[in-house]
Design a protein around this ligand. Structure first.
Ligand code: NAD
Length: 335
């Protein structure tokens, strides 16, 4: 390790970070990153959608601690925040279709659980509360690119919960002085994202289907587009939000994206091309087109100007660069 790298790795040394939802896709990547940077990381998770195998590599690390608990319990939240400097709140029930099928549980976890975490963080005097917000908050607004101040009406119960998070965080900043930053994630993908289950995200689902020579099903004509965001960009935003000393940069929300959009048809093409390098037979797999899904917005593209200006954010990976790394991971670990 060079001196610069050593310095870089040590810049979180001794910080106490609580990562809720740390057994999940984004949370386990954040956990790995901050442990590598010598922070002390505590995870709070109830394994509703997260996996023990995501945490296995850290179990013997003296800087890692796991609290198995539920954010719907204020007692669990209080235990988890005790002694913490920062909270990176990722725990939630994701997925628009899940929220349509079961709005009550989604609301309990994403709204009541969120409020519990805010109260616990305030009472424990944590330095800052960074939370996973969502691009779904843009709702039916057709404006492109999405800028943080212009939102529409939510299109799903999930989107409502994520918007309510922002409203609560703002009130906690104003009323109690709790420093909060919301990160509106745009379609995150990368290593460790779960390909299984009815509510799996589109990239891991398609990757697994191609690897099994099964036809991916695209909802609609494939012309819907998204600002697909590689996990390393999301990690960077969390770190910048946590460590910024710019007073103007706190108590607000940021698009967490690349600032580029890709249609579903382009996406499957990229995945297929990249995977064909591993297995030529994948070139013969064709997609199937199905009906559009309720609650899906046609296009999503972020402006990342605010994050660039106030947090110094610069995406490290385009979708294509991210896909190459993600596909290598899926091939090695899940083929
Ligand atoms: P994930 O399902 O992999 O991770 C969520 C984690 O939260 C899981 O480990 C789960 O077990 C845990 N959890 C759920 N309910 C809990 C509860 N009641 N108590 C404690 N832990 C609980 O999902 P992810 O993709 O890693 O998403 C992380 C966060 O980012 C979520 O808040 C999600 O809404 C948000 N988000 C994700 C995306 C994306 O594209 N992945 C986009 C926008 C927002």
């Amino acid at each position: 390790m060079t001196d610069t790298k050593k310095e870089d790795a040590a810049n979180c040394k001794g910080l106490n970070i609580l990562i809720t939802g740390g057994a999940g896709f984004i949370g386990s990547n954040l956990t790995e990153y901050f442990l590598n940077k010598q922070a002390k990381v505590r995870v709070l998770d109830n394994f509703a959608t997260g996996h023990r195998h995501n945490l296995e590599p850290f179990l013997n690390n003296p800087n890692f601690e796991l609290i198995e608990g539920d954010i719907r319990s204020i007692a669990d939240c209080s235990t988890a925040v005790a002694g913490m400097d920062y909270v990176l709140h990722q725990a939630a029930l994701g997925s628009v279709p899940r929220s349509i099928n079961d709005p009550i549980t989604t609301n309990d976890v994403n709204v009541s659980g969120f409020l519990n975490m805010l109260v616990a963080a305030k009472d424990a005097n944590v330095k800052r509360f960074i939370y996973a917000a969502s691009s779904s908050t843009y709702g039916d607004s057709e404006a492109l690119p999405k800028v943080e101040d212009v939102i529409g009406k939510p299109l799903s119960p999930y989107a409502i919960t994520k918007y309510v998070n922002e409203l609560y965080a703002e009130i906690f900043s104003k009323t109690y002085g709790l420093e909060c930053i919301g990160l509106r994630y745009f379609n995150v993908f990368g290593r460790k994202q779960d390909p299984q289950g009815a509510y799996a995200a589109v990239i891991p689902k398609f990757v697994m289907q191609y690897m099994a020579y099964e036809s991916p099903i695209i909802n609609g004509g494939g012309d819907y587009s998204r600002d697909f965001t590689y996990i390393d960009n999301v990690i960077q935003m969390n770190e910048r939000a946590m460590l910024t000393t710019n007073k103007e940069a706190i108590n607000t929300v940021y698009n967490t994206a690349v600032g580029d959009r890709t249609t579903l048809n382009q996406l499957v093409q990229y995945i297929k091309e990249d995977l064909t390098a591993y297995d030529e037979k994948i070139a013969t797999v064709e997609v199937i087109y199905g009906a559009n899904r309720v609650g899906d917005i046609p296009h999503s593209l972020a402006s990342i100007e605010k994050a660039e200006k106030l947090l110094g954010y610069k995406p490290s990976h385009t979708i294509k660069e991210g896909l190459k790394e993600a596909l290598a991971w899926y091939w090695e670990n899940l083929k």
